[in-house]
Design a protein around this ligand. Structure first.
Ligand code: BES
Ligand code: MN
Ligand code: ZN
Length: 496
């Protein structure tokens, strides 16, 4: 099921007198240099000492002239500010809404945008950011745990032409659907691993088709995967009582002649490391090792909700990586669906083993482009930090479009090289390939080099999201990334 928080996002044209009479639990007025409204400017003057930096806000005490229960003035964006500031400003507004137990928020976003952007971009951004930040995870908490109070968002605009008002409504709808996709991904990620096994994910994916009949789901169990020769994938789930599942979700909204874009997500519902076991501190964070698959889930629901005119096939490769007497051992050799044999030198480099077979399988769709998303290496956290996902590719145009979509959506990615010189890291005496190599050097690139042995037949990019899909201690929460980036990429049809 798609996971939504807000029931509704609407766009309303208002004048200043409407602003005073507007009934809402939280009225948010963003003030900037273009604000002409006299009432608002007077208010802003009164509290100006609290509104120095963009994003700073003040709850107006005794806003008696307003019908709203609470009025929040926010010092708006300057056109020289960068997008991330704008996003964090709306994140705080969403959280404020829940803190005040507001049932609805009405926001006047103002008319200052980042360079090259327009009002429609801003409306989409507001809808997306509010929907994805009123989210609070509470499913496994006590019944009295805090739940999101905000159920409705009203975006206030003024003096739009009829056709612009329609555009604004579409922008809000798009932002809301992407925000919902983000929340679906956050939710699957935040669920504890015992509440989110491959079989539980399978149930949720199947349930999603009830909401969205345009999504066609096929699910493969271990026997079926064995018949297809997926020895690499199955080597990961061997040590677990929980059987693996590979889910394929098809969405056809484009011309039937159009080749699909394929999305492949790593869905390790818990990564102990297997026999090459991980150290205990913060091992709980390995419940987010299925965020690549969660991104596929979120993006597919977004496409269906928007009735998008694209063809996309999404693959979720789900397994639990455990150690037991049955588990794969370092040095074991398995045969992948591609026919290449793999020496598993480290059972903690399991994501690439799952992806290898999923990437071979997806070739049968003759995809125009393939993008895999995976929490694949700790090394990407060191290389790029937490603000950008890492992109590696065999097709520069595809990487360019991914990076551009990251900039446009505020969900950024940055490229690392994947050169011929990197390819020898998979050499071994005992099989066609080894699943690790290169020691401590360039771990993120070496993982991609391994994957590239399975993606020769199509245009492919790998996005390492180990640093971006979740916040580590002390926040410990899923982010829903890179749903905004991938949504932008697909909906903008940049891959044409
Ligand atoms: N799931 C981990 C990567 C990871 C690390 C994700 C930190 C999120 C935060 C992956 O399966 C893994 O264990 N990778 C190893 C690879 C190594 C054995 C070559 C790593 O990064 O240490
Ligand atoms: Mn691992
Ligand atoms: Zn992993």
């Amino acid at each position: 099921m798609a996971y939504k928080v807000l029931n509704n996002v609407s766009v309303k044209d208002v004048t200043s007198s409407d602003l005073l009479s507007l009934k809402t639990d939280l009225l948010v007025i963003v003030i900037n240099k273009n604000t002409k409204d006299k009432v608002v400017n007077q208010l802003a003057k009164d509290v100006s000492s609290h509104l120095k930096e963009s994003g700073s806000s003040v709850l107006v005490p005794n806003a008696k002239s307003f019908n709203a229960k609470n009025v929040l003035l926010v010092k708006g964006f300057q056109d020289s500010d960068q997008i991330h500031k704008l996003i964090s400003m709306y994140q705080s507004i969403a959280q404020k809404g829940n803190q005040l137990k507001a049932k609805d928020i009405s926001i006047m976003p103002g008319t200052v945008y980042p360079k090259g952007k327009c009002e429609m971009w801003l409306i989409e951004m507001v809808a997306k950011t509010i929907e994805s930040n009123v989210y609070i995870f509470s499913e496994t908490c006590n019944k009295t745990a805090k739940k999101p109070s905000v159920k409705k968002l009203n975006i206030l605009v003024s003096s739009l032409t009829k056709s612009d008002l329609i555009k604004a409504k579409n922008a809000a709808k798009k932002g809301y659907a992407i925000g919902e996709g983000v929340n679906s991904a956050k939710y699957l990620g935040d669920l504890p691993a015992n509440h989110c096994t491959p079989r539980i994910i399978e149930k949720k994916v199947k349930a999603m088709t009830k909401d969205f009949p345009k999504l066609k789901v096929k699910s493969f169990n271990e026997n079926q995967m064995k018949k297809m020769g997926m020895g690499s994938f199955l080597s990961v789930s061997r040590g677990s009582e929980e059987p693996a599942r590979m889910m394929v979700i098809e969405y056809k909204g484009g011309k039937s002649s159009e080749k699909p874009v394929a999305l492949v997500g790593k869905g390790v519902t818990f990564d102990t490391g297997g026999v090459s076991i991980k150290p205990s501190p913060a091992m709980d964070e390995m419940k987010w090792d299925m965020c690549g698959a969660a991104t596929v889930f979120g993006v597919m629901s977004m496409l269906a909700r928007l009735n998008a005119n694209v063809n996309v096939v999404g693959i979720m490769g789900c397994a639990e990586n455990m150690c037991s007497s049955k588990a794969t051992k370092p040095g074991d050799v398995v045969t992948s669906m591609s026919g290449q044999t793999i020496e598993i030198l480290n059972t903690d480099a399991e994501g690439r083993l799952i992806l290898a077979d999923c990437l071979t399988y997806v070739g049968k769709y003759k995809p125009s482009h393939v993008i895999d998303m995976a929490t694949l290496t700790g090394a990407v956290v060191i290389a790029l930090g937490r603000h950008a996902s890492g992109v590696m590719t065999n097709d520069q145009h595809l990487a360019d479009m991914i990076i551009e979509s990251g900039e446009e959506s505020g969900d950024r990615a940055w490229q690392l090289p994947l050169w011929d010189e990197h390819q020898s890291c998979t050499n071994t005496k005992y099989a066609d390939l080894a699943n690790i190599g290169g020691g401590r050097e360039a771990g993120t690139i070496h993982a991609a080099a391994f994957l590239s042995k399975f993606t020769k037949d199509y245009k492919w990019a790998h996005i390492d999201i180990a640093a971006t899909a979740s916040y580590s201690t002390p926040v410990k929460a899923g982010t829903g990334r890179p749903v905004p980036l991938i949504s932008e990429l697909l909906l903008s049809k940049r891959l044409k």
